[in-house]
Design a protein around this ligand. Structure first.
Ligand SMILES: NC(=O)c1ccc[n+]([C@@H]2O[C@H](COP(=O)([O-])OP(=O)(O)OC[C@H]3O[C@@H](n4cnc5c(N)ncnc54)[C@H](O)[C@@H]3O)[C@@H](O)[C@H]2O)c1
Length: 320
């Protein structure tokens, strides 16, 4: 297949592109390498991808339709083409301070993607949604048919909007799409703004760890290679219009995540317990039975195995 993969220099995009390149697909990456977090990490991921002959990258912005068109030109259209749309402005907390960025990048940017998928007659789109769309849903574990129309953050709102955009482009123009609701993804080459990375930084520097929600939060943590395998399966199946939860399949206490990290780093951190932050939810838990059945999704990596893999990468990357 020929795949246009947006967000290729990002955490999940990098792992997904690598998996697709290793099995021989052609991948055109698209990313604006923005400065939301250390761009050196994006360059490092991109450098690895550029080591594959079947990869090329376009540095451009989702809001720039001319740059996007040049990327679509490279894959053309038809049955064997896909768009894997992972680029977005992420981060629940960042969305509270910077609403415009989220509206422009996530809503306008995604509309540009769907519009060009229609224009170029692309075979199908797989795009990133998020567990955040479940907002204050009180039924647990979260199932795809649960109410998901009261997001607690502006970020969650933009992801819900993407699912609605996908629905409209499918019903109006026949654009095939699969939305994937990711649940707290972690692993090597991870995102420095996310808890695991922040905790690792604080522990290694001997600084107090800020633990929100008084440590009582629970998350369905998902190892990045399990997520990438789920994305690849969605690209292959290419359903007409679906959304799936992609979670780790087990809900963990935040403090169990912290102690597994401390064990892997061989160092205990000082803990500063803080109240919940606006926009956060107490617990996320994914019912993944639909993805198991329809995508053959099979997350294998428990935090006891995944966190040490992250730590191994972290120590090597930062020469600790
Ligand atoms: N990591 C998670 O736990 C998680 C959970 C739920 C959903 N998601 C979603 O998965 C996707 C990938 O997330 P990630 O964790 O890899 O984040 P990331 O920030 O590492 O990757 C996103 C990439 O998109 C690029 N980008 C952002 N805005 C752009 C724009 N306007 N034009 C071009 N490129 C742009 C960034 O430079 C970055 O490299 C996102 O859509 C995110 O919302 C992630």
């Amino acid at each position: 297949m020929k795949i246009l993969l947006t967000g290729s220099a990002g955490f999940i995009g990098f792992h997904t592109a690598k998996m697709l390149l290793e099995r021989g697909d052609t991948v055109v990456g698209f990313d604006n390498f923005n400065q939301y977090y250390d761009p050196k990490l994006k360059d490092a991921r991109n450098e690895i991808l550029e080591g594959y002959d079947n990869f090329q990258v376009i540095r451009g912005d989702l809001k720039d339709t001319n740059a996007l068109k040049s990327a679509f030109e490279k894959i053309g259209g038809g049955e064997d083409t896909r768009v894997c749309h992972l680029a977005a402005q992420a981060g629940v907390r960042h969305s509270i301070e910077n609403p415009d960025e989220f509206i422009q990048d996530n809503i306008q940017g995604t509309n540009n993607i769907f519009e060009l998928c229609k224009e170029y007659d692309v075979g199908g789109v797989t795009y990133a949604s998020s567990s955040s769309i479940y907002g204050d849903n009180e039924e647990s574990p979260f199932k795809e048919d649960h109410k998901a129309d009261s997001p607690m953050s502006l970020y969650g709102m933009t992801k819900k909007c993407n699912e609605l955009q996908a629905y409209t482009y499918h019903s109006l123009h026949g654009v095939k799409s699969t939305g994937l609701r990711f649940f707290t993804v972690y692993g090597p080459y991870g995102r420095p703004d996310m808890a695991l990375f922040l905790f690792a930084n604080w522990i290694t520097k001997g600084e107090p760890m800020q633990i929100f929600g008084e440590g009582k939060m629970q998350r369905d943590f998902t190892y990045v290679e399990d997520i990438a395998a789920g994305i690849v399966a969605a690209l292959d199946k290419n359903y007409d219009y679906e959304v799936f939860n992609l979670g780790g399949g087990q809900t963990e206490e935040l403090m169990a995540y912290v102690s597994t990290l401390e064990k892997a780093l061989g160092k205990e951190g000082q803990k500063e317990m803080l109240p919940m932050q606006p926009g956060d939810v107490v617990s996320t838990s994914a019912d993944i039975s639909k993805a198991q059945k329809m995508l053959g999704y099979d997350p294998k990596t428990h935090i006891a195995e995944g966190i040490p893999k992250f730590v191994e990468w972290y120590k090597e990357y930062y020469s600790i």
